[in-house]
Design a protein around this ligand. Structure first.
Ligand SMILES: *Cc1c(COP(=O)(O)O)cnc(C)c1O
Length: 458
């Protein structure tokens, strides 16, 4: 093992070098992938030297999500202490279902959950768990809501049409989860949004009202803290009033921007979060931990237990339910996703996490200011969003993003809203500084002058 740790360290050096020398890895066309890289698995193994060379080649061609040219996704960068925690978790190789097998790691997970509950404004006896991702956190919320409305469903299955509500700009996992849970995609009502992509509460009220009149059973509303394209925040307070009126479970999907609970400056975007029934946050997005680190908390600890526990004599042989985390999890064996966020949190404190979050808004502000001061750009996003959406010189966003990637210039994606398609630059990458944000625009502009404008004029 010591040899492999030394090899790991050498491979990391290769990765760090490559992140600087070629921040956007040369993309290999899918049709050439198996010719260009030796990915084959054979009867005979490789000696270490050859394995090392193969891994180095793979490193060079793997997209660099921690480079300063990565603006593509709702995560990016690398924070040493968080990565350290995750590497340790791999070495420990515990499974989080029982105290017997995970020991203090259970306390670590519970401590993170406890602090997230407190930041969400939830009472002492709230609880939560780690899920394999934000999509699964949303599914857990949906299941708790379903079981709260009708507890017989766990044993009998669905017997009536239950409806749920989410905005048209919310994450696709809501519809997917409706399909996976047997509720059905057609029972998902998409609520209209305003010009900023925020849920229109009056429309929500009308949809619920109409469904009740037609004999449906409404049970769940999903509000979003940071929509996937624009980074918009639904108004939790007004939505919660409607949920109260009709007795519906309110979940706040904070996978993208739920991290604002750490920021005194931006916490107001999630005003009245304490009125929600459940809340999820992806620490691998705004808090900069490695993937995945998704947390769901709820004020209804008993419901969490009720919906996800299953007796298993072969597994739960010691200790109480509070320490056997398998009783509140969707999974059986479960990797330790808590240690990375705990190690980061322990090392820089809540104040350090606040700085990480605030910096992303600061970087987005720098980008927006640059765009506003340059008439070649058109801006589509709003203040208080770390998704900076724009077009440059009317170059079609999709072609621009694809060409930037194919020419190893920048990794950035595109999105659309209200019929406009635009570049979506995300300033969530933890290694970004002001100059990197400005370099992004310089690189993009030079590329357009050199490549794109020529193409469109010929
Ligand atoms: C990213 C995201 C999700 C999904 O999270 P995964 O961890 O990728 O499954 C859900 N909702 C929103 C708003 C997101 O941005």
């Amino acid at each position: 093992m010591q040899n492999d740790i030394a090899l790991f360290s050498e491979l990391c050096d290769e990765l760090f070098k490559s992140e600087i020398s070629q921040p956007v890895a040369e993309p290999i066309p899918t049709s050439e992938l198996y010719q260009r890289l030796d990915l084959s698995l054979n009867a005979e193994g490789l000696i270490d030297e050859d394995l090392k060379e193969t891994l180095k080649r793979i490193i060079r061609n793997t997209p660099k999500t921690a480079s300063k040219s990565f603006f593509n996704q709702l995560f990016g960068g690398r924070i040493g202490k968080a990565t350290l925690g995750d590497l340790l978790a791999v070495m420990f190789n515990n499974s989080m279902y029982t105290y017997k097998v995970a020991g203090p790691q259970v306390g670590i997970e519970k401590q993170v959950l406890k602090n997230i509950c407190a930041l969400a404004g939830y009472p002492e006896d709230s609880d939560g768990t780690f899920a394999p991702g934000g999509s699964m956190s949303n599914m857990m919320a949906m299941i708790m809501a379903r079981d709260t409305k009708n507890e017989a469903i766990r044993t009998e299955g669905l017997s009536s049409k239950m409806t749920l509500y989410t905005s048209e700009t919310s994450h696709y996992s809501i519809s997917k989860n409706a399909a996976l849970t047997g509720l059905g995609r057609n029972q998902v009502r998409l609520v209209n949004t305003n010009g900023r992509g925020e849920m229109l509460t009056e429309h929500l009220d009308k949809l619920i009202h109409d469904d009740l009149n037609e004999g449906y059973i409404p049970f769940f509303v999903n509000a979003t803290a940071g929509t996937t394209v624009l980074g918009a925040f639904d108004d939790v307070e007004s939505i919660s009033q409607i949920c109260k009126k009709y007795q519906l479970w309110l979940h706040v999907d904070g996978a993208y921007c739920g991290g604002v609970i750490f920021s005194r400056r931006y916490r107001h975007l999630l005003n009245e979060l304490e009125l929600s029934d459940s809340f999820s946050i992806n620490a691998h997005k705004m808090l900069g931990t490695p993937l995945s680190c998704s947390i769901i908390v709820t004020q209804h600890k008993a419901q969490l237990h009720h919906s996800f526990s299953n007796e298993a004599d072969y597994l739960y042989q010691t200790d109480g339910d509070d320490f056997n985390l398998g009783k509140t999890s969707m999974q059986c064996g479960r990797r330790n996703d808590a240690l990375k966020i705990w190690t980061l949190w322990k090392s820089i404190g809540t104040k350090g996490l606040e700085k990480i979050v605030d910096k992303q808004f600061e970087m987005a502000q720098i980008a927006r200011d640059y765009i506003k001061n340059n008439s070649d750009y058109k801006l589509y996003s709003f203040e208080d969003s770390i998704s900076v959406c724009f077009n440059y010189k009317d170059v079609p966003a999709k072609e621009l993003c694809t060409a930037l990637y194919e020419n190893s210039k920048l990794m950035v994606g595109f999105g659309s809203f209200n019929g406009d398609e635009f570049v979506r630059m995300v300033t969530i990458n933890s290694v970004l500084e002001k100059d990197d944000v400005l370099d992004f625009f310089k690189t993009l502009e030079a590329f357009v002058e050199e490549k794109m404008l020529k193409i469109t004029t010929t």
